[in-house]
Design a binder for this molecule. Structure first.
Ligand SMILES: NC(=O)c1ccc[n+]([C@@H]2O[C@H](COP(=O)([O-])OP(=O)(O)OC[C@H]3O[C@@H](n4cnc5c(N)ncnc54)[C@H](O)[C@@H]3O)[C@@H](O)[C@H]2O)c1
Length: 320
């Protein structure tokens, strides 16, 4: 594959910064735009070009498409990522995830960018009864965040299918499950549960479980996730596709609390406090990865033991 100039929106964040590292290692040029709402400037790879800006403001987004030369492909990862915040600040969620996505897509159309990869989420399935929903199954988001991620995904694919485009725009979306790994937020009570637990334990705090703890999540290691993105970037088989991206295995929150407590030489009974269940939370979650295995030959390779060990080592040394 020829080297591309790739714009990563949200490239100062957890997934975006790992993808930047990977694309640079693959020989691509990387431009990052981020408003540092949750991302960190120091996590942007040193060899990437950085543009400070908000994707929901066209005037701040345009320089990312101009300052460092024409963009060949966009990995649109910037987003308001908190399910809880989507209920407490729905306007911010809407502006960032929907308006920001529309702005990115319109820049791509205007500038004849031919490739867009979009960070969607398993929350689009929401209240769907299936434990392992396939990509063509019903989407029934039960959080505002799930609604805005689904809207962004549909905007991306409908834009690529517009008959009035003068230049092809090939879109791929990844409905990611619970991504974990080094650099994930440990200090944000509204983000991924695994990071929240590790942050609590590193700071000597109690770990809160909402509801009975028997709800489950599919934890997928960030190195595996960016491998899927990097492979799909230049692969025509991925054009127009929506892929579930997870480990294909589920783990209960009680089991997670147990391994997390043990990693910090404690027991679950010492550290866990129970709180009432929260609205908008899915119950049993596990990715059906049949499609991405079939189309791209991708499957998660990192065992939970290895990925979790790596994350705990990083969390013990992290400043936050
Ligand atoms: N982490 C997961 O498990 C997971 C699962 C499914 C989907 N996703 C999606 O993946 C993406 C990245 O998530 P993450 O876990 O890396 O979170 P993150 O918070 O680390 O990354 C999001 C990045 O977007 C930036 N950002 C937010 N609003 C912006 C704006 N208006 N303009 C420019 N930049 C902005 C943030 O500063 C941050 O760097 C998000 O779109 C999220 O919805 C994440």
């Amino acid at each position: 594959m020829r080297p591309l100039r790739v714009l990563i929106t949200g490239g100062a964040g957890f997934i975006g910064s790992h993808l930047g590292d990977r694309l640079l290692a693959d020989g691509h040029e990387v431009v990052v735009i981020d408003n540092l709402a949750t991302g960190k400037r120091e996590d942007v790879p040193a060899k990437a070009k950085f543009v400070s800006g908000d994707v929901s403001k066209v005037a701040e987004l345009e320089p990312a498409f101009e300052q460092h030369g024409p963009i060949d492909a966009v990995c649109h990862i910037a987003g308001q990522v908190s399910l809880i915040k989507s209920f407490t600040d729905p306007t911010l969620d809407l502006r960032t995830n929907v308006e920001g996505t529309v702005n990115v897509l319109m820049q791509c159309v205007k500038r004849k960018v031919s490739r867009v990869l979009y960070a969607s989420s398993m929350t689009v399935y929401g209240g769907s009864d299936a434990v392992r929903p396939p990509e063509d199954g019903p989407c029934w988001p039960i959080s505002y965040y799930g609604i805005t991620k689904l809207a962004g995904e549909r905007y991306a694919h409908v834009t690529s299918e517009r008959s009035d485009l003068t230049h092809p725009l090939n879109v791929t979306s990844f409905r990611m499950y619970n991504v974990y790994g080094p650099r994930q937020a440990l200090d944000n009570p509204y983000q991924g549960v695994l990071g929240i637990f590790l942050g609590n334990l590193a700071r000597g705090e109690k770990v809160k479980i909402f509801g009975d703890g028997e709800q489950s999540r599919d934890f997928v290691y960030v190195g595996d996730v960016v491998d899927a993105w990097a492979r799909a970037l230049g692969d025509e088989r991925a054009y127009g596709q929506v892929f579930n991206l997870g480990s294909g295995k589920r783990m209960s929150i009680n089991a997670l609390a147990d391994v997390a407590a043990r990693a910090f030489d404690q027991t679950k009974a010492d550290v866990v406090v129970h709180e009432p269940a929260r609205p908008g939370e899915q119950r049993q979650v596990e990715a059906d990865t049949t499609k991405i295995e079939r189309v791209l030959g991708w499957r998660a390779k990192t065992s939970f033991e290895d990925g979790f060990g790596e994350t705990v080592r990083w969390a013990r040394g992290a400043k936050n």
